[in-house]
Design a binder for this molecule. Structure first.
Ligand SMILES: [Zn+2]
Ligand SMILES: [Zn+2]
Length: 145
């Protein structure tokens, strides 16, 4: 029986990067691991800050985030504040890992709402309007109310 792999397990990450057809460079693995640890969408600046201690510069981090997004390993989203955020895509999640988010209008913190789902009637209605690319709830997080 295969043990449930932790999302930030280096072997799991290496496998995913390789399966996506990308080379497993140490920078790429570090970026993936950082996103896996974050467990929510994080900005390029946040990832770059956290990886500065490993000697990765901002440009390298940005290039790798975009490579990973292009390869489908990472979801890149812009939640209306002109900041690109990146989060690891859960390959086992339905809808390709797309899920709604909650954004705090005060601190800008973003939380994944993985369990919130459209019911079939809402889905049908949304399909009549067009293609939904992002579901975003805004408000104040517990720290900011
Ligand atoms: Zn907040
Ligand atoms: Zn999310």
């Amino acid at each position: 029986m295969k043990a449930q792999a932790k999302p930030d397990d280096l072997e799991t990450i290496r496998d995913r990067v390789r399966t996506a057809g990308l080379r497993c460079t140490s920078a790429r693995l570090a970026v993936m691991r950082e996103l896996a640890k974050a467990g929510a969408p994080v900005s390029h600046a946040e990832v770059a800050d956290n990886l500065a201690s490993l000697g990765l510069d901002k440009a390298t981090v940005f290039r790798n985030l975009n490579d990973l997004a292009d390869a489908g390993l990472v979801i890149r989203s812009e939640l209306g504040d002109h900041v690109w955020r990146f989060e690891i895509r859960d390959p086992d999640a339905p809808d390709g890992g797309q899920h709604p988010h909650f954004m705090c209008v005060d601190c800008g913190g973003v939380t994944c709402l993985s369990d919130v789902e459209f019911d079939p009637a809402t889905r049908k209605k949304a399909a009549q309007i067009g293609v939904v690319t992002e579901i975003l709830l805004k408000g104040r997080c517990k720290k900011c109310v």
